[in-house]
Design a protein around this ligand. Structure first.
Ligand SMILES: [Zn+2]
Length: 410
């Protein structure tokens, strides 16, 4: 299983000291990437990365293993609407991603076809303050690459990961006496735009949907928190930590992915499982984990969120609660005339659903790969109906869940 394999390999890194421009720059304006004057291309036996930036910025470059990746962090660079695909003309770069990764910082990640070393890294500063960042990667033998990346992630690279939460005991279940605490998780964001259909990307569509849904739920008296409030990258592990820190009664991850399968249309509710219900579900889970990996985040240690035994115990009780939530969502969406996928409830190894004691489901509101779904997602009336259905499902679920909690307590 892909997640297990990933969690076994430790991310390793080799850092190149950051270059800080000597030219005093206007610190208030964002630096912009000029895609037309930039390139990622094969050169000799290696890879050339040339980035033209409107002003020189502090940066750092390092390599990560499994898979081999070059990571470039910048003090914030605005990549604008340009997509990484336009720049990448290298056969040796298997994937290229860029975007904001947290406030004030942007990241570019190039997945490499094998082990390389950073032969040179320099930032030239023009008299006008413009920066040109030039990196040259040359092939490295596996032993050399392993040694270079064995030092671990540079200390600062850990910033994206939360301290693992220490949990004494599974939190008390809601009994209907206090407002239901709902954590909404708009999928993707920042360096990871999610599925794309022309100018529309999943991260933006889901943020808008989550904001609207939050309003609907708040008006109904529920307490709502979002795992991200803007277009920033949030690691999967952090999303779980947000739910825990908020004291969530329920966690709902919101997506609108793309699937190659022509039949991928309609809402689908996903539950956590080791075994995916079908190949498409497995690919979907893999892609979500992969986005984190390519952003330079390793999912290792995710299972350390709580002690293993406690976690298994908690999951045994939580699992049927998540299943009931999935059932309530599917029923409510159908009941309000919403369109469900022909297999409305599916399962796969979604890391974001791994909270042991918080009922968690992932809702594909629709698929961006389906024209019909795209139309529905852009229709405010349709979204309002879908949000009404989610509210109804949460209400129904909360009543049944509270009744069960009271029985267990007695
Ligand atoms: Zn997604």
């Amino acid at each position: 299983m892909i997640l297990r394999a990933l969690s076994l390999c430790l991310a390793a890194a080799a850092a190149v000291p950051a270059a800080v421009p000597a030219v005093a720059a206007d610190l208030t304006a964002l630096a912009h990437l000029d895609p037309a004057a930039s390139r990622v291309a094969d050169e000799g036996g290696g890879v050339a990365v040339d980035l033209a930036i409107s002003k020189a910025v502090p940066y750092r470059a390092f390599l990560l293993d499994a898979p081999p990746r070059l990571v470039l962090d910048f003090s914030e660079v605005d990549f604008g609407a340009s997509r990484p695909g336009a720049l990448d003309t290298s056969d040796r770069v298997l994937g290229l991603a860029w975007g904001p990764i947290r406030e004030g910082w942007s990241r570019l990640v190039a997945e490499l076809d094998g082990p390389y070393r950073i032969a040179t890294a320099e930032e030239r500063v023009a008299p006008g303050g413009e920066g040109e960042l030039r990196l040259r990667l040359l092939p490295e033998d596996p032993a050399g690459f392993a040694a270079a990346t064995a030092a671990g992630v540079p200390e600062v690279a850990r910033w994206a990961l939360p301290e693992p939460a220490v949990v004494d005991a599974p939190r008390r279940r809601q009994t209907g006496e206090a407002p239901l605490v709902v954590v909404l998780d708009p999928g993707h964001g920042g360096i990871d735009p999610g599925a794309e259909a022309g100018p529309v990307h999943e991260a933006g569509v889901m943020l808008g949907f989550a904001r609207e849904l939050a309003e609907v739920l708040r008006r109904a008296g529920m307490t709502v928190a979002l795992t991200r409030e803007e277009d920033v990258f949030v690691p999967l592990e952090t999303r779980i930590s947000v739910a825990r820190a908020t004291g969530a009664d329920v966690f709902l991850s919101l997506h609108a992915d793309a699937l190659a399968e022509g039949e991928a249309t309609g809402a689908t509710v996903y539950l956590l499982a080791d075994e995916a219900s079908d190949a498409a579900s497995a690919r979907l889970a893999e892609r979500h984990d992969r986005a984190d990996l390519l952003a330079g985040i390793d999912l290792a240690g995710q299972d350390d969120l709580v002690a293993g035994v406690m976690m298994d115990l908690a999951r045994t009780e939580t699992r049927p609660r998540s299943e009931r939530l999935a059932g309530a969502l599917a029923a409510a969406i159908k009941g309000q005339g919403g369109r469900m996928h022909r297999h409305p409830i599916q399962q796969a190894a979604f890391s974001v659903l791994k909270s042991p004691d918080i009922p968690s489901v992932l809702l594909e509101v629709g698929f961006l790969s389906s024209e019909a779904d795209r139309k529905r997602l852009s229709d405010p009336e349709w979204r309002a109906r879908m949000q009404g259905a989610i509210l109804a499902a949460l209400r129904d679920w909360a009543v049944a869940d509270a009744a069960e909690a009271k029985l267990i307590r007695q």
